[in-house]
Write a protein that binds this ligand. Sequence first.
Ligand SMILES: [Fe+2]
Ligand SMILES: [Fe+2]
Length: 436
Amino acid sequence: MYSSVENRLVYRCMQWISGSLYYLILRRRCSRANGGRIMAGMTMSTANCLAQPAQLQGEAVQVSKRSTRTGRGAAVAARHEEEGTDDEWLMYLEPAKLEVFDHLEPWAEANVVPLLKPAEVAWQPTDLLPDLASLGADGFHAACCDIRARAAGLPDAHLVCLVGNMVTEEALPTYQSIPNRFEAVRDLTGSSGTAWARWIRGWSAEENRHGDVLNKYLFLSGRVDMRQVERTIHNLIQSGMVMNAARSPYHGFIYVAFQERATSISHGNTARRAKEHGDLSLARICGAIAADEKRHELAYTRIVGKLFEIDPDGAVRALAYMMRRRIVMPASLMTDGRDSDLFSQYGAVAQQAGIYTASDYRSILEHLINQWGVEELVATGLSDEGRRARDYVCALPRKIRRLEQKAHERNDKKARPTASIPFSWIFDRPVNITMA
Ligand SMILES: [Fe+2]
Ligand SMILES: [Fe+2]
């Protein structure tokens, strides 16, 4: 598409100019949302204006209003000073930063694209579920009865986790649009031949099977209210997702590396629990998905590892930026149209069932710090901000571990109340959740 390096440079300049104009417009909008006030060091995130839903934008406005109060305002300002300005990520849209990805394209062709599995050898949902065409009517009926019999032994908490994971996977249209928002790597035509564009499409094609196979399994199991589940998927795709620094490939690849490892852990734990409950077909399905996620994690971890190699200062600052704002799960905006707090309830069940826990979040961070050699970054190669970012990231797992220990100690001292939460996904049957 771009026949020469010159054309690409012209394109980058145009992107930067249009990005800057866009940024000015957004600042103006933010300023209006704040009643005209943008305090020093308190500029509202452009990402908030771009990607966050109305209720979160409202929250940002409230923060601004609170900040005018004595004491509380000072604390908020101090926190922002520590976090850095929300606009910091915009510097990653400068041509010099984006050109890194042009130079890395041959490397991506050799080291990232080969991690995709061609359709001819990859598993397909039909390999893991009864196939009417090959089994015939009687064989298919018997296989479906077998699925229902095995699924009958799954506890409700496990079903809630499984539905939550499936709904998350089914919102793939949103996720494909995410890397297509990353400047310099996005698929400009929809069928671009660049290594980055082919990776994005190939990755999406692999991800598509995850929601597909889980949806079909749950349909055949007869254990869930499919209409409520489908409604949740519909709502989630309509709502989109929250992501900080959405156009920066540095921040974006860090986010996806974290997420791929998180989904691998979640599906892997679901597979283990399914096996314990005697549902071997579900264990196989979740195991196959977890293996895919692991391969995807490898690809994104490699990309970010390369960024740490060639631009350690930029990479560690982007990592600190993302961790300070926390990695929010992609399905955080899910709703079934009844429970306004559905995502939190699903998260609490997943934590309690050991499917995805706060300890997993910390262990993912520890793993990535280790993979990317963050602790070994030499101070002389970093700016002041880079050194602060490195120190912040390296101290974070210890902070999270301390919080975990305090929570355990608190729980050991006094019995926690239990809440009974009904989930529409399982016909409003309640699941007991121990409150934190
Ligand atoms: Fe997936
Ligand atoms: Fe994945």
